[in-house]
Design a protein around this ligand. Structure first.
Ligand code: IDP
Length: 139
């Protein structure tokens, strides 16, 4: 295992409901170091660019409306085996299928409003990190 990085965002539903602090506590207690963090409010267009890979999917319009409905907290995280371990920590996309103890099991409301994002590969972690953070903000 090598130390590497992943990208996450606390999504609008979880930020609006005041779960950011609890979620960040879980992330840090699981051994992830916060490399970069901020709070931003995406336009629908920017949300659409982030999720461009899903643009042919039926849920794309709802997803980009949801992701631009309020502020989010993007973060870059570092840990051994970061991408896979973080996906395990957040749980399945659909909270109904997420394991006990996962962040989505605790905080997600639905398959769309599912509280948090986690990159699915090292390559996407880098692309997604660079979407939100300039090089000088990543340390
Ligand atoms: P992931 O976030 O667990 O990697 P993806 O399949 O990449 O899941 O989907 C991106 C996001 O799109 C999900 O986190 C969720 O917010 C939303 N989404 C995925 N599938 C559905 C669906 O079937 N209906 C509504 N929203 C969905």
């Amino acid at each position: 295992m090598t130390t590497n990085r992943t990208f996450t965002m606390i999504k609008p539903d979880a930020v609006a409901e005041g779960h950011s602090g609890a979620i960040i506590k879980i992330i840090e207690e699981a051994g992830f170091r916060i490399v970069a963090i901020k709070k931003v409010h995406l336009t629908k267009e920017r949300a659409g660019q982030f999720y461009a890979v899903h643009q042919e999917r039926p849920f794309y319009d709802g997803l980009t409306t949801y992701m631009s409905s309020g502020p989010i907290i993007p973060m870059i995280l570092e840990k051994d085996n970061a991408v896979a371990d973080f996906r395990k920590l957040i749980g399945a996309t659909n909270p109904a299928q997420a394991e006990e103890g996962t962040i989505r099991k605790q905080f997600a409301k639905s398959v769309e409003s599912n509280a948090i994002h986690g990159s699915d590969s090292d390559e996407n972690a880098k692309i997604e990190s660079d979407f939100f953070f300039a090089g000088l903000e990543q340390f």
